[in-house]
Design a protein. Structure first.
Length: 161
């Protein structure tokens, strides 16, 4: 989602026109940037924290030449994610605002049938010849070799080989 899409989403959720939503979104971003630039922390409960961190001077390397480069000390913005935001992302996309609808009478939930558990593959059943041996041991009947088993390599070259 880019800035224009964000403005459209805010306008749709707030029920306002896109011009007003653009002014509000821009005002929020400007207020956050001004506060962090002046050294203040901006805490949006459940969303995250914007703050400024001091980076010390250090020696880095130019990736093209490998030569050392002196990087001066400076400040950088930092964002730390809030717990509500983290949980929302972990659960996947859920509708944030539900539309007001008429309440539907709740029906008793029917029990879902339980699925049969799949058996785990044993080490003997994973690949190739071991798989054939495991089948023979289980069924005690002769089993043809597995189609995926390696075949002898054909000789390359012309008639004389």
């Amino acid at each position: 989602m880019n800035r224009t899409e964000l403005v459209e989403a805010v306008a749709a959720r707030a029920g306002s026109d896109p011009a007003a939503a653009r002014r509000h979104v821009d005002a929020v971003f400007e207020a956050i940037m001004e506060s962090v630039a002046s050294g203040d922390r901006v805490l949006v409960t459940g969303f995250g924290t914007f703050d400024r961190v001091a980076r010390p001077a250090r020696t880095a390397r130019n990736p093209r030449t490998g030569q050392p480069v002196e990087v001066p000390a400076g400040d950088a913005p930092r964002f730390r994610i809030g717990q509500t935001f983290r949980n929302r992302v972990a659960q996947g996309a859920e509708p944030a605002v539900e539309e007001a609808a008429e309440p539907v009478p709740a029906e008793p939930a029917a029990e879902k049938p339980k699925k049969a558990k799949k058996k785990k593959k044993t080490d003997a059943k994973k690949t190739g010849a071991k798989k054939v041996e495991a089948k023979q041991a289980d069924t005690k009947k002769p089993v043809k070799a597995d189609k995926k088993a390696k075949k002898p390599a054909k000789a390359k070259g012309g008639k004389g080989n």
